[in-house]
Design a protein around this ligand. Sequence first.
Ligand SMILES: Cc1cc2nc3c(=O)[nH]c(=O)nc-3n(C[C@H](O)[C@H](O)[C@H](O)COP(=O)(O)O)c2cc1C
Length: 480
Amino acid sequence: MATPVAAERRPRPFNDLREYLSVVKEMGHLKLVEGADGELEIGALTGMIGARRDCPVLLFDAIKGYPRGVRLLTNMLNNTERQKIIHGCPPEIGEAEAARWWNTEVKKFQPLPPVFVNDAPVKQNVKESKDVNLKLFPWARWHEKDGGGYMCATSTVTRDPASGYINVGSYRFKFIDETTCVGHLASGHHGDIISKQYWKQGKACPVAISLGQEPSILIAAGDNAAWGHCEYDYAGWLRGAPVEVTRGVYTDLPIPATAEAVLEGEIVPPKAGVAIEGPFGEMGGYYGDASPASLIKIHAVLYRDDPIIMGSPPFPNTARNLFGARGLRVRSELEALGIPGIKGVRYGGGIVVLSVEQSFPGHAMRAALGALGGTGGYHTRFVILVDEDVNPHDLNEVFEAMGSRCDPGTSLDINRRIWSSRVDPRLEPEKVEKGDYTASCAIIDATRPYHWKEHFPEKVGISPELRGAMEEKWKELLGG
Ligand SMILES: Cc1cc2nc3c(=O)[nH]c(=O)nc-3n(C[C@H](O)[C@H](O)[C@H](O)COP(=O)(O)O)c2cc1C
């Protein structure tokens, strides 16, 4: 196994999004775009430029129909150099080593709780009740078949009514009218669980939706922290200084003090009102369905002068996640379960490949079930188990193992009623209608069966000893 890369993390506590953008500008990564239309143009430009490996951050100003100064920022994170800065990754760590380096660093996580401050730039402008107008900000229609205008890179704050713990998740919201939106809080995500607890008590769920802020908060909000763990504590550790928060004016929820704009309101119980959410171009590359979602009534809008709203719409070939890679998450969850012998993990397109060095009967299956039970394995269609001599990142080797070590009659298992979501493209429409957001997953065991591993036919090859001797003797022929 490769040895961990040792290098001290160098976190950078940016005071706000603007300070981060000034660094991005110094790097030559900031591109100002004036005069674009939020109706499809901003989305298409984001997707087309985002697919370039060296894509800049796009800062849209003078957006059609909006005063100059109300800005929209996209492609902030899908560049490896920019991700390295936010994660405190020293420049000497290359892209190839970054995931391994991060796997070691992230284990050093210590919660760094937020601190309350009164001096909060986000309160420069406060509009309440009758003065609330969501049209102050551009709700772009990102993809051609989206059902409306969306905010899609939020850091959304809710409070668990039972324990009082603060959750921050990134969810998208669709514009309905001047004071109302609806959100997609996928089933099982903590914002969804929390809302339902309020509804059970016949109450609306207080919510504060930050539309743009210092980058570590968005990273933390999009990360699957465990239930009961506040993402602000993770953002604090990530940036190397506590996040500064201030009390919201309507909800009293802690909101980022230097946020660009925050919408405060309540998610009403479904019986108090719903509107259609979706379709939207989803992360998995398909449009999700359109379904009724609870109305979110906005009672206060807070924003800085000349706010910068963030957008991060999914588009093909634009996700370059060096540090939040799903394979890494599966691996750390298996390690947390104490499952030994995990030699490598690959996650891609709903398929997890696990390379396991088996040391007891049932070992490989235990790893597969662990992967399915965690958050990293969410939306997995197939778990493929391979032995330690198979590189899970080399699909030729994986296919070769499936073609030789797997007996479909005895090596396949189907798990049903697995955690999925409404926007899974393969969910039968009837299931979606019934609210049954569960799917199935196959475990393909392409390992040598543990009980006869030692007697499994040997692989043909040239041993290192023979290879060495040949290289020595036949140097000229072998070019070496
Ligand atoms: C930019 C961005 C947009 C996202 N959009 C959504 C969304 O619309 N709905 C959703 O449920 N999850 C979305 N996610 C994923 C969740 O934010 C992520 O799974 C997070 O861990 C959920 O937090 P929670 O478990 O605390 O609810 C998004 C993530 C990112 C980074």
